[in-house]
Design a protein around this ligand. Sequence first.
Ligand code: MRU
Length: 349
Amino acid sequence: METRAPLDPHPDNAIVWHEGRLYLLDQRALPAEAGYLAIDSAEATAQAIRDMVVRGAPAIGIAAAYGVVLAAQAARDRADWRLAIEPDLARLAASRPTAVNLFWALGRMRRCLDRIGAEDPVPALLAEAVAIHAEDRAANHAMGELGAALIEGPTAVITHCNAGALATGGYGTALGVIRSAHAAGRIIRVYADETRPWLQGSRLTAWELQHSGVPVVVQADAAAAGLMAAGGIGWVIVGSDRIAANGDVANKVGTYGLAVLARHHGVRFMVAAPTSTIDLGVASGAEIPIEERAAEEVLACGGRRLGPEGVAARNPVFDVTPAGLVDVIVTERGVVEQPTAEKIRALMG
Ligand code: MRU
């Protein structure tokens, strides 16, 4: 693993641009090893997204934006640089299908490309990627304040997957709300679902919350029902990979089940996501492409095969929670309670 990086590994610095290179905190190895992978090309950026070196919807978009800068750096001396980077843009767009932030960020980079004339394209593209990165971090802090204000604590909460600094430009969406609410004394403890099969909860969320000084307890995904029945859980707080125009929410597989459980037990259900996660181009969750990853991710754990050879496995890595099960969507532009298509449209202007 490449460890020469300009910063010490820290959850708030998962994506770093330094002297013409992209550095990604390798999330496959956390928490056992915290080191950066140096990325020199758009192709390597797409590969890193596909392989989950960087993951989480906003983080994927930010990494892809820097990937476009790497593409332009490689082609800037060619007269046909605009044409030469097209295969790289296509590679980045094909890296993962569900998180709309990827396509949103590539759309912004393409609009930036369209504004560039005869000059060197790299400075303008880099400025746009840096802006996407900084705006996401600012959005997380805004969501943190707005979401924390909704929590009448002190209470315990459940979160699923990792919607923290590692999954964003820094600070986090769901974990941003949790960090702000903990600082305000409204959240006393976080139960982090381990999040089978990739274990974003036990590996990444637990690591991040430890860094932030937020008390965290890891539990098997299936333990959430009993915990809610026992009482003391005020909210389930999660992020999202894509929110449809009607408020349906795609997020890590298992989120839908948690939302059903929350409604049954009278626990409120919050989704924290920037407006870059809202896709007005899909009418409902049924239109959101759900990524299916390798069966091996389910049949093996920690590199060790668990299931019998030859057995089939399903591995849809996201599911869709219907808007009717969502109590509130928190964005940087404001909160939407009991989301509907009308309310989402009004939020997005
Ligand atoms: O497969 P992943 O790890 O990329 O999935 C990430 C999630 O589902 C997160 O909960 C979601 O992207 C929100 S990230 C702020």
